[in-house]
Design a protein around this ligand. Structure first.
Ligand code: UDX
Length: 437
């Protein structure tokens, strides 16, 4: 099939590359010419395992092209909307301006029958409004359909989540639209991936609901961590016990500095904002607490570091290991690690940051931070070390050797990746969120 993908961020670039890998002819459209130039050379604009080779294969095969103009999408049978829907400045609601601009740019080229499919995360009700607009303003009128097909991909696993998703959700208004999406995803369906066909509103809600469930779970476990700390219990053992209960399960039970990134924080807030508009803000208020508990983890981490520095931050050297919002990513959007590092820097500390992939993005976003080239480089003469992203590289750190590098062997494990006994035995003053001591 001939498919256009409008918006080539984390979602769109991955989706376009994976559709081309499935044999479709794909044009990716983005208003950013530098990004289009990179993608056209088969280069990934961000770190995502497996993406660059797929892009390269797609581009060299001729099945995958990129451009800056929606005119290039005119001959496509299916148009996927993959633009960002960030938090609106000064509000908790989602900013849909990029989505509306993308639709406005595409509209004049919708001259033949086609299906416009939203993948962006949107407040429930958005698809119905877009559908009316398409029928009213597209040259092909009601021969242009609307569908919603939310994407559940995780950064760091985006390619595998796209090629082998655990479910496909088709929010459609007709059998024809359902059939078109079945053709798009024929390889995945052939491999047995479940399809749930539903209405537009339920499909829109599916994405944001999954994210608020995950966010709530992380904040619940962080609440438990705080109670563990107050009662000298151990949250790592506790989550191990909880995870063995099949009804609870062991995934997404890691306490620490909390959730960040381009999705969970803003989706939680946007969900509440939309629920309020719909008159059901009362019950959704539980998610305000989820957000508050999450932000509190950052403050608690800072308090621990400041406590270890004896309350004097100015001029002290802090090593921050990890800047990405999670491992296997170079994304620092709303990253708890970056937030903690920047706050300590703003309070006068000299903060040296090392992340296996995100050091560059971190210092670009917060120029007051100092880029370190390795763990040892960051930790040299440090007064305190903070581990704030769950990279595997940090799990294997050697506390005996590192104790010789720092000025004072003090560490805060903000992700529960270090073995407390091993670090204490090596002479470290060891602290972790949720682990007493
Ligand atoms: C999320 C959803 O998982 C994905 O389905 C959706 O499509 C996009 O949003 P992503 O933002 O890539 O994906 O990250 P995710 O793996 O969900 O992690 C989000 C945050 O939660 C990270 O900061 C991570 O470190 C944190 N987290 C995750 C925890 O603090 N504890 C956990 O147990 C799991």
């Amino acid at each position: 099939m001939r498919i256009s993908v409008i918006g080539t961020g984390y979602l769109g670039a991955t989706h376009a590359a994976c559709l081309a890998a499935c044999g479709h002819e794909v044009i990716g459209v983005d208003s950013n010419p530098e990004r289009v130039a990179l993608l056209s050379r088969g280069e990934a604009p961000f770190h995502e395992p497996g993406l660059e080779s797929l892009l390269y294969e797609g581009v060299t095969s001729g099945r995958l092209t990129f451009g800056t103009n929606c005119a290039q999408a005119a001959t496509a049978d299916v148009h996927f909307l993959c633009v960002g829907t960030p938090q609106r400045p000064g509000s908790h609601a989602a900013d849909l301006s990029a989505l509306h601009s993308a639709v406005a740019a595409l509209l004049p080229y919708l001259e033949r029958p086609s299906l416009v499919v939203g993948k962006s995360t949107v407040p429930v009700g958005t698809a119905a409004v877009l559908g009316q607009r398409l029928r009213r303003d597209a040259p092909a009128g009601d021969r242009v359909g609307i569908a919603w097909n939310p994407e559940f991909l995780r950064e760091g696993h985006a390619v595998e989540d796209s090629l082998r998703p655990d479910r496909l959700v088709f929010g459609v208004e007709s059998d024809e639209s359902d059939q078109v999406l079945r053709e798009v995803y024929a390889p995945q369906i052939g491999e047995g991936v479940s399809v749930v066909r539903t209405d537009l509103a339920t499909a829109e809600l599916a994405k944001v609901s999954a994210n608020v469930m995950l966010a709530a779970r992380i904040s619940l476990v962080n609440m438990l961590a705080e109670v563990c700390e107050a009662s000298d219990a151990d949250v790592a053992d506790l989550t191990g016990i909880l995870g063995l209960d099949e009804r609870i399960g062991s995934k997404f039970l890691n306490p620490g500095v909390g959730f960040g990134g381009g999705c969970l924080p803003k989706d939680t807030r946007a969900f509440v904002a939309r629920a309020e508009e719909l008159g059901v803000g009362g019950p959704a208020a539980v998610l305000r607490e989820v957000d508050a508990i999450n932000m509190r983890q950052r403050a608690r981490t800072i308090d621990k570091a400041v406590g270890l520095l004896g309350g004097r931050v100015h001029g002290r050297k802090v090593a921050v290991l990890g800047a990405a919002f999670k491992a296997d990513s170079d994304d620092v959007r709303d990253s708890p690690a970056l937030d903690v590092a920047a706050t300590l820097e703003a309070r006068g500390a000299e903060v040296h940051v090392y992340d296996p992939k995100a050091t560059g993005n971190a210092v670009k976003a917060r120029p007051g931070l100092r880029a370190a080239s390795s763990v040892e480089d960051a930790c040299r003469d440090a007064d305190v070390v903070l581990v704030l992203t769950d990279w595997d590289d940090f799990r294997g750190l050697e506390p005996v050797a590192l104790a010789d590098v720092v000025r004072h062997p003090r560490v805060v494990d903000g992700r529960l990746v270090l073995d407390p006994d091993k670090w204490r035995a090596a002479g470290w003053d060891f602290h972790a969120l949720g682990r007493g001591g």
